[in-house]
Structure formats: C-alpha cells, structure tokens
Design a binder for this molecule. Structure first.
Ligand SMILES: NC(=O)c1ccc[n+]([C@@H]2O[C@H](COP(=O)([O-])OP(=O)(O)OC[C@H]3O[C@@H](n4cnc5c(N)ncnc54)[C@H](OP(=O)(O)O)[C@@H]3O)[C@@H](O)[C@H]2O)c1
Length: 276
C-alpha cells in the first residue's frame, strides 16, 4: 500500500468517515501514508478520528462537516478540497431503508437514491475529470453484495447498489487508459454502527456472518488498481457464485424474501400479505 499515495496523490477524500467502513478506510489509508479529507455530518467523530491518525501516523487531516444529501453538497465538497492534491476518493457514505416498499416514506427512499447513487456518480464525474487531467487517481465506490440479487424488503437499497456496481465496473474500463483506477467494493454483512442500529431490520437475524470492517477494507485496498470488483469474504463469494451461476433468479428472490422478512423489526401490512 505504501506506493499507492505516490501513485495517486497526497490526499484521500473519504465520505462517511465518521463511522463504520468509511472510518476504517480513513484509518488504513492514514497508516499507508495518505493525508485525509474526512466527510460526514458528525464533526465530533471526524475530529476524534483526525486526532487519532495525527497521533498514530502524523496524518494531516481536513475535517469537512457536510450533509451530502443536501442539494449542492458535492459542489461544496469540491470547493472545500480544491486546494488539496486529491489522489483517491472513497465514496462510503450510505443509508439503508428496510421494510415493505409501500410502507416506507417516499422521502426516505428518495434520500437513499440521492446519497447512495447520485452522490457517488457526481463524485466520480467531478474528481474523475481531475484525475484524468492529471493522468492518475483512484475511485472506490462502496456498493454491496446485495447488488447482485433482487432483495425484497431491501428493494430500493439493493437496486441502488446494483447501479453502483455496474456503473463502477463500466467506469473502470473507461478510465483505465487514462491512468485512473476504479474499484467497486461489494461487502456482505459488515459489523458497523449502521449494521447494528439499522432501523427496520435486525441484520443479526440473517443467517450470514458479519465480517469486520477492518478485513473488508484490507481486501479493498489490496484489490485497488488490480481488480474492477471485490467481494470480501469467502462465504460472500460462494453466495455470489451460487446466485450468478446456480440458483435461478426467481428462486433466489423468493429465498431472500423469506429471510429478510424474518429479520424485519416491523413486518407491516404488505409484508404480511407478501409472504403468505
Ligand atoms: N455494514 C454493512 O453490512 C454493509 C454491507 C454492504 C455495504 N455497506 C455499505 O457500506 C457503506 C458504509 O456503511 P456502514 O455500515 O459503514 O455505515 P454506517 O456505520 O452507518 O456509516 C455510515 C456513514 O455514512 C455517513 N452518512 C450518512 N448519511 C450522510 C449524509 N447525509 N451526509 C454525509 N454523510 C452521511 C455517516 O456519517 P454521519 O452520520 O456522521 O453523517 C457515516 O459516517 C454504505 O454505503 C453501505 O451501504 C454496508
């Protein structure tokens, strides 16, 4: 990893750096010599992380308190990082909605599309152009293992992650000749604050073991520049293989429907009918 900063540039911009996978990216990138621009809404968490990496690695950090779901947020982020030699962007900020689609507020589903889909697309466009001009840079798009299936009760979330997985792999092909690496990270269940406290669903009730964010990020940083897509964890890769090559999509969707419905915190009227 040490040579990655030299290859890409001095600063890594990490969205969703106040918790979970984003915070772990920040920690591992700092350990490998990157300076950081940390982005999220909770400034106190970002400042604590900045202090930690400064003490441990001498990292210089810009703390950027920003609600990326707000109109114009990506433009503001660009303005606030314009003075930095940005070489890597990790788009990890994300939210999930869970439950029967018709019973979740439309505003929540729209906010999910803004943050999980539109923001990474915009970041890729803006920073991607800068990287192309410089002839170097890297983009990491945090998708999910659910991107490769149609998941009832996580319908909008899994569909948005599918967008990101396809978008990122296509972009990798386009940008590779310009010296820009794109990696899609598709983690399975990962033990984070968001995972534990998710509204609507108790992920612990799903029969998939959660990986640590540390292992997920380590796998991503190993794959960066070498692969278009990484699914960390052997069980997740087996699951992915079965879904793509063995289990018919209709049966896979029905299986996920049963499993996820069992893990819902509130089943709601549509869920009751759907499963019966
Ligand atoms: N955990 C899993 O099992 C899992 C599995 C597959 C994929 N993923 C994906 O991995 C990514 C990170 O997930 P995680 O589990 O690490 O989540 P997490 O622990 O809930 O952290 C989410 C991060 O996103 C930030 N965020 C949320 N809304 C934001 C907004 N409007 N503006 C700016 N930042 C915002 C949060 O910061 P603030 O609250 O401070 O703003 C936080 O730093 C997500 O894209 C998620 O979909 C997670």
């Amino acid at each position: 990893m040490k040579d990655v900063r030299t290859r890409y540039g001095r600063y890594a911009v990490v969205t969703g750096a106040s918790a979970g996978i984003g915070a772990e990216f920040a920690a591992q990138l700092a350990a490998s010599g990157f300076d950081l621009a940390l982005v999220a809404r909770r400034k106190d968490k970002l400042e604590a992380l900045a202090e930690q990496v400064r003490e441990e690695h001498g990292t210089t950090t810009e703390v950027i308190e920003l609600d990326l779901g707000r109109e114009g947020a990506v433009t503001e982020l660009l303005r606030r990082t314009a003075h930095l030699d940005v070489g890597l962007v990790v788009a990890s900020a994300g939210i999930a909605t869970a439950g029967p689609f018709l019973d979740t507020p439309l505003a929540d589903e729209s906010a999910l599309l803004d943050l999980n889909l539109s923001v990474p697309m915009r970041l890729s466009h803006e920073y991607g152009r800068q990287f192309r001009t410089k002839g170097r840079g890297g983009l990491v798009l945090v998708s999910s293992a659910v991107a490769f299936a149609a998941i009832p009760y996580l319908a909008n979330y899994s569909a948005a992650k599918a967008y990101l997985a396809n978008f990122g792999q296509a972009l990798r092909h386009e940008l590779k000749p310009a010296g820009v690496d794109v990696l899609v990270l598709a983690p399975g269940p990962t033990a984070t604050e968001g995972f534990a406290g998710a509204e609507g669903i108790d992920f612990a009730k799903l029969p998939m073991p959660a990986m640590s964010a540390r292992r997920v990020v380590r796998a991503a940083l190993r794959a960066l520049g070498r692969k278009p897509l990484v699914i960390p964890g052997f069980p997740n890769r087996v699951n992915d293989f079965l879904g793509k090559h063995v289990t018919p999509r209709r049966i896979q969707t029905a299986m996920y429907g049963t499993l996820v419905r069992r893990a819902l915190r509130t089943k709601g009227p549509s869920a009751r009918t759907a499963g019966d």
